[in-house]
Every structure is written in structure tokens, then in C-alpha cells.
Design a protein around this ligand. Structure first.
Ligand SMILES: Cc1ncc(C[n+]2csc(CCOP(=O)(O)OP(=O)(O)O)c2C)c(N)n1
Length: 363
């Protein structure tokens, strides 16, 4: 049975629509001057971001990137939290210190992204290695854009993951551009999935605007990783309908390319599929529409009623007051092995369950 046969398609449809509606509303707020920073959307990616996360199990981890609102929503991050993040309010996950999706939530299995492209991937390998060493059947799903696949960290991560056979699934969201650089100026191969062969791991590419193709391919990769066979890669070919950010008009995208992709809108495609098969009635469509709007309205209202952070505390929570790594003694005064100089708190054996983990339970 294909993986997509096992998911609730109306839930998928709702989450894809919610993802788009959240971003649409933020664009409006941005134009009204109510958003503090930039707005980075992923209109057009919804089948990839929602579809990929839908096939995970509850205890799995994701390591999402800057356009992965859909993944965050599937994993249970609340629209209120996201809106507070975008409007830089104090009760956002980063306490109003970051206006983007640089958020993590270990209770929902979300490892926060690193802003430097590609750098999250070795971290994802580390999480996957930990799961393997703890003999968990947990899978780690990491994502990155086409541009990020050209960083050294991407290649080091895939090589490491392959050699160590860690349970990592890498989803490449190939939307044709890294900011304004088209893929043909980034790499000389047709499909990024080809890169998997260089590391001896399975790789396939799918239409990233077809949520069924995404769920089935990522589902296969997840099963491969969960069964102990090591990492797998899925390239989802999609299109970023808006600019890199709202400050970018994306006039480097040829009109015919844009039109071709607009005709393949992932939400419309799923709606048509559901309609033709009588899986989505007019009444259900209206209910979903109303629910999406109510959730977005509630998130905006909640965020706007939330206070901005107090300027006097701006440096708090930015630097660790008592970081895990301590310098022992004066330089040169206390010669010892590097490993011994590292505070014992970060030097626990792998099978030790930390306090944070106890709090989260099974993870
Ligand atoms: C190492 C690094 N270089 C540049 C940037 C600035 N930057 C952020 S997103 C982005 C575009 C990334 O393109 P891609 O990886 O294809 O992902 P997309 O934004 O298209 O989803 C750039 C250049 C960065 N964050 N990190």
C-alpha cells in the first residue's frame, strides 16, 4: 500500500491551505507595515512541505529550513506562535528576537534551523546518529533548497550519513532558484537526486507539486531509513511563486516558466483530485475555508494583542549566560587533553537520558 493511502487527505488539504493562508495574511500585514523584518514565503511549496511531514511518525524529528512553515504546522507548531514570531512579539518562540522561522520545538520533534545554508544538515546527521546509537526506530527528516546542495556541509553530511548508515531522510526542495540564481548556473547535472549515487544511497526525484508523489517517495525513504538501511534522498521539484522575500520582485523568472508552474498549483491539484473522486463536497470545502480563516484571524488577533519585547532586555536570551562549554584555567597554565577541558555536562555517554529528554518523555 502506498504511504499516501494511509493519510487523512482532508487533513492534508486543510494544512496546505492553512500554510498558504498564513503566508498570504503575513504579506498583507507586511504591506501594512505591521511586520518588523522581511517576509520569506513558500507559496507553491505546500505539497512538498506538508506532504513530506505527513508521512512521519509522531516520535520522528524534522530539521526544517526557512520556507518550511508547512512542516512546522504539520508537527503541531501553533499558528499563534508563528504569527507572534513574524510580528516579533514577546511570547513568540524566540521571545520576539527573530522574525522568521528560525524556531525549534523539541516537544514536537523540531530541531531549530541554522541560518547558514547547509549547516543544519550535519546537525541532522548528529541527531540521526544519536537515535541510532540509542537503538531508537526514530527517523530524522531534514530539508534544504537547491542552493544549499552546493555547500560543503551538504556533501559532508551526506557522506557521513551514508558511512554511518544513520536514519536520515533528506528532502531537497528544488524550486529552480537560489535567490535569483537559476539551477543551470548552480550545477551541471539534470537532477539533484543524482547526487545520492555519489554517496551510495537511494535517491529519487518527484514532482514536488504533486502531494501524492511527495508522500509516496518520502514515505519510501522513511521506511528505508527506519529499517536500518541508512539515509535516503528525495528531490522535490517545485516552484517558489513569490520572490525570495517580499522585497524581491522575482523578475528574473521568465514569464513562461512562471505560467507553467502556476498551472500546476499544488493546492488546486489536490482540490481537483478530491472533487473528482467525491472526497470533498461543497459543504466540506466551505467548512475548511471557514476554519482556515478563523485560525488565521485568531493568530493575528493573538499576536497583535501580545506585547513587543522590552528594549531593555534585548541582549537577554541571545547569548548563553552559562554555556555548556567551560574554559578550564588560563591558556597554557593547565595543559591537558582537549576532551578533558570540555565541561563534563556535554560529555555524557550516549545512553544517558538528559533532564530535557525526561521532560519530553519518549524522545
Ligand atoms: C551560506 C549562506 N549563504 C547565503 C545565505 C543567504 N540566503 C538565505 S536563503 C538564500 C537562498 C537559498 O536558496 P535555496 O537553498 O535554493 O533555498 P530557497 O530559498 O530557494 O528555498 C540565500 C542566498 C545564507 N543564509 N547562507
Amino acid at each position: 500500500m502506498a504511504r499516501s493511502d494511509r493519510v487523512d487527505l482532508l487533513a492534508v488539504y486543510y494544512l496546505m491551505r492553512l500554510t498558504r493562508a498564513m503566508e498570504d495574511r503575513t504579506r498583507t500585514l507586511f504591506l501594512q507595515g505591521r511586520v518588523v523584518g522581511g517576509v520569506y514565503t513558500a507559496q507553491g511549496h505546500e505539497a512538498t512541505t506538508v506532504g513530506a511531514a505527513m508521512v512521519l511518525d509522531e516520535g520522528d524529528y524534522i530539521v526544517p529550513q526557512h520556507r518550511d512553515l508547512g512542516m512546522n504546522l504539520v508537527r503541531g507548531v501553533s499558528p499563534r506562535a508563528v504569527m507572534c514570531q513574524w510580528l516579533a512579539r514577546e511570547n513568540s518562540p524566540t521571545l520576539g528576537r527573530d522574525g522568521q522561522l528560525h524556531i525549534g520545538d523539541m516537544h514536537h520533534g523540531i530541531v531549530p534551523m541554522i541560518s547558514m545554508l547547509g549547516e543544519s544538515l550535519p546537525v541532522a546527521c548528529g541527531v540521526a546518529l544519536t537515535m541510532k546509537m540509542r537503538k531508537r526506530s526514530t527517523v530524522v527528516l531534514a530539508s534544504c533548497g537547491d542552493g544549499a546542495t552546493n555547500t560543503g556541509a551538504f556533501h559532508e553530511a551526506l557522506n557521513f550519513a551514508s558511512v554511518q548508515k544513520v536514519p536520515l531522510v533528506l528532502v531537497i526542495e528544488n524550486n529552480g532558484y537560489a535567490y535569483s540564481t537559476p539551477t543551470y548556473k548552480q550545477f551541471a547535472i539534470q537532477d539533484l537526486s543524482e547526487r545520492a549515487r555519489a554517496y551510495g544511497i537511494p535517491g529519487e526525484h518527484v514532482d514536488g507539486n504533486d502531494v501524492f508523489a511527495v508522500m509516496d517517495a518520502v514515505g519510501r525513504a522513511v521506511e528505508h531509513a527506519r529499517s536500518g538501511q541508512g539515509p535516503a534522498l528525495v528531490e522535490c521539484k517545485t516552484f517558489r511563486v513569490r520572490g525570495h522575500s517580499e522585497a524581491d520582485k522575482a523578475d528574473y523568472v521568465p514569464r513562461e516558466v512562471r505560467e507553467e508552474w502556476l498551472a500546476k498549483d499544488p493546492i488546486q491539484r489536490l482540490a481537483t483530485y478530491l472533487r473528482v473522486r467525491h472526497l470533498l463536497s461543497d459543504e466540506q470545502e466551505s467548512e475548511i475555508e471557514a476554519r482556515v480563516q478563523a485560525v488565521v484571524d485568531d493568530a493575528v488577533r493573538f499576536a497583535e494583542q501580545s506585547p513587543a519585547p522590552d528594549g531593555a532586555t534585548v541582549a537577554e536570551y541571545v547569548f548563553a549566560p552559562d554555556g555548556p562549554i567551560a574554559i578550564v584555567g588560563e591558556p597554557g597554565a593547565n595543559d591537558q587533553h582537549y576532551i578533558n577541558a570540555i565541561d563534563t555536562r556535554v560529555n555524557q555517554p550516549f545512553n544517558t537520558v538528559s533532564k530535557a529528554e525526561e521532560a519530553v518523555g519518549r524522545r
